[in-house]
Design a protein around this ligand. Sequence first.
Ligand code: CA
Length: 572
Amino acid sequence: MSVPWAEHYARLPWATPMGPYDLEVRLAVARGSCASAAAIFRDRYGGAENVQSLSLLGDEGQRSHWRGVMHLSTRRFAYRFRVEDEAGNACWFGADGLAATRGETSWFQYPYVGDGDLHAIPAWAVGAVFYQIFPDRFCNGDPSTDLPGTLPWGAPPTGSSFFGGDLEGIRSQLPYLADLGVQALYLTPIFQANTNHRYDTTDYYRIDPPLGTEENLRQLIDGAHNLGLRVVLDGVFNHCGAGFAPFRDAVAQGRSSPYWEWFRVHGERISLDPPNYETFANRNASMPKLLTHRVGVRRYILDVATYWTRFGIDGWRLDVANEVDHVFWRTFRETVRSVNPDALIIGEVWHDPTAFLDGSEFDTVMAYRWRRAILGFVSGRKNASAFAEEITRIRTVTPPTVEHVMMNILGSHDTERVRTHFGGDAERAMCAAGLQLTLPGMPSIYYGDEIGMEGGPEHPDARRCMEWDVTHQQVAMRERYRALIALRKQYAALSCGDMESVASGHPLVYAFRRTHPEGDILVAANLGEHPWRPREDGPIRRLDEDGDVLPPRSVGLWKVDSLVGSTTDMQR
Ligand code: CA
């Protein structure tokens, strides 16, 4: 047998409906064992056979990944694969495995592409640039509501310090954000709570008073919408705060409380210290877990989601989303989308997110694995071919439907800042940002990263006050961010084009091409010690700077007017 093994399953993300008549299939084979591959398909009740050749998505580990999109007007797919080695020896792969002849294989079946199963992603989100704000630390627009003991802006944060940032402050900086070019804001929690991070909600219907009022949120949303920016709020529904009225009632009344069953209590009464009830993380008494399979809890959260979606927000980022029942999230999506069909739903899932991304739950997740890959390469811990493999690995476990909305982060309120990760090296931080703003997905900038703010290794230090009094170096970095965001919006290849790794000829230069019918863009990140230039075997021109030479520790973009360089995977 020319191909020792192959792998495919007729389900996500190996088989993904891309439209009513389009099914993307992916095939993994032993690395390098296959020179060409094709899907042979027909209606599963019979009829003419069609051929769709597959293209190489990339290599990683022991595997080569191929993919292609089959088109069938009846939507009822039966298919098998034909693969060929370099010598032209062919074999077949079907539901029963590999075989030498087609007669020995059976069909994979994808019975029907139902319209209701298509993943409807809001068009505004595709490739959009997000900006994440920690409201207490971005801008203090109204000192009159500051809590007693509010620290002076810029003092070192502690776990319990408040700095007076508020919704009016964010509204007042909308021109700054629009000028930077970001297209959507993600605010960490704004509802009433007892902490500066506000992940311990005590009233889901009330803006936390130090942040402002509903009227302030109204003005922020209206102001953002007028500038073309979307606003996504943080929904903390896995748990509440210990001050949440239903929890307090359960504490006071025990089993006779109508809210008793909203929580999982081990005993006849609730004990707070130590907690005898299920909580967020390990015995975090201030964050009791909400049982989303209980009717009362479901109805309450769905009402909250309806209220704020109707208020005019553009979506939800869902905290600790991976610890909440899938069946609840399906209802949540249906509820939110029935109010606003354009609402974006983002889950916080740090591990393999595929189970949440079939189109019935979330549109995307915060891409922590992607972050680790970027940091590994830009720090020098991994070379370009290892990085290319990691990008391929991430792409192969991600449904193709969500590739252009994956929330690509370099850091968040839960991690150290990107520049701090590189020991304060601003050039490396800018390389990471260059990759973030040119790879497929929704780049999400953690407030202040655009001026190279530092902080970490984690909270509270990663949640410092935004620096508004900036140095020349910070202005230069922000201008670079602004230029890259502008290019991303100008060229469809960068915002929604396909991508492929390109051979760079250097182990510490990662190059890739974003492809689009309107024109391709070549991007390279040079983490080596020497200047690099792309191969000049086609018309090509640098987009972001003058001169074709890419200095060490920088990212460059070239407009490609025809084929340039090798499209074969670099590690071959
Ligand atoms: Ca304030």
